[in-house]
Design a protein around this ligand. Structure first.
Ligand code: PRT
Ligand code: ZN
Length: 291
């Protein structure tokens, strides 16, 4: 049992699809954590926080019961667990969809056409809610794994499973038909942690860091030099967060422009910037943006 020592406890997936992104996020928040492969409990050395490494399916319940104050887990897992937790933030990774996929022989055009079919899934509650909402009656066949195989084995007529690229469904001859749930990794909290003022203060501090790290994702800091007469034209080209910073250079009539830009935008605008008079263009990564 973990000590209730006033430190924040955050439950994360110990080894799976979310693990690398979660650890990079915590690292980008400046948290000094040393993950050992087997350890359940990782204390942070420079913030009042302990990380609990768990199977993702256990995270919602640990958070609901207050064993962990916070958790990072797929929204699909939270939805299926049926637990009561506070949703704090979507984290922008682990993006996927829970979809009903069908073999072509089923010839379904609308959701109503699924009536009477057997659907295999590891998400029986989420699927049942969805079918209910649409007034469709199916037999839900609950499987814990290899759901895609169910139509081939004639265990079910269709499946409801997580789809990301869609390649697994294709390999099994299944076509994505409709989306039951859009999902991504989310930060959730136990209701109690938000009522406890010292815990809430720690959560607020952590949230500022997480938001700042998410803000910086996919952004670059660009610096360039140009004649001051070129500034109006350059401002039209630069997709800046707000307005670019313009500072005079020692050389008469020359300025430096600094701006935050979306990562993918640089190569699109680079030639136009040069044509408009920009030179010495430098683009560097950003770790954090606090707004
Ligand atoms: O061991 P533990 O219980 O902790 O992990 P797990 O095996 O239950 O989950 P894991 O690590 O596979 O996934 C963790 C979370 O990642 C999920 O709950 C989702 O929120 C998210 N996620 C994102 C995915 C996918 N993408 C994904 N593609 N989870 C599973 N898949 C599987 C899917 O089940 C199917 O088998 O990948 C296959 C489909 O992928 P595509 O790309 O072929 O469509
Ligand atoms: Zn799991």
């Amino acid at each position: 049992m973990l000590a209730n020592n006033g430190r924040l406890k955050i439950a994360v997936q110990k080894g799976g699809r979310l693990t690398d992104d979660v650890r990079s996020l915590l690292h980008a928040c400046g948290l000094d954590l040393e993950f050992q492969s087997k350890s359940l409990h990782v204390p942070c050395r420079n913030f009042d926080l302990d990380v609990l490494n768990l199977r993702d399916d256990d995270i919602p319940e640990y958070v609901q019961d207050g064993i962990a104050d916070l958790g990072i887990v797929g929204a699909n897992v939270v939805a299926e667990s049926g637990v009561q937790v506070e949703h704090l933030l979507d984290l922008g990774f682990g993006l996927c969809q829970l979809m009903i996929c069908v073999p072509p022989r089923l010839e379904v055009r609308s959701i109503r056409d699924l009536d009477g079919y057997r659907i295999a899934t590891s998400y029986p509650r989420t699927l049942a809610r969805y079918l209910d909402q649409h007034g469709v009656h199916c037999q839900i066949v609950e499987l814990s794994g290899s759901v895609e195989l169910a139509p081939t084995l004639n265990v079910a007529d269709a499946v409801c499973d997580i789809v990301s690229t869609g390649s697994t469904a294709r390999v099994y001859g299944l076509a994505p038909f409709c989306t039951v749930l859009e999902s991504q990794a989310t930060l959730v909290a136990t209701a109690g942690a938000l009522e406890n003022s010292s815990k809430k203060a720690l959560i607020d501090r952590l949230l500022i860091r997480i938001r700042a790290s998410l803000q910086a994702r996919g952004k670059r800091y660009m610096m360039l030099n140009a004649p001051s007469t070129a500034v109006p034209q350059l401002r039209k080209i630069i997709p800046s967060m707000k307005s670019p910073t313009v500072v005079p250079l020692a050389e008469e009539g020359m300025v430096a422009l600094h701006s935050v830009i979306p990562e993918e935008m640089f190569w699109e605008v680079m030639e136009r910037l040069k044509e408009a008079g920009a030179c010495d263009i430098v683009v560097v990564p950003i770790e954090t943006i606090v707004q």
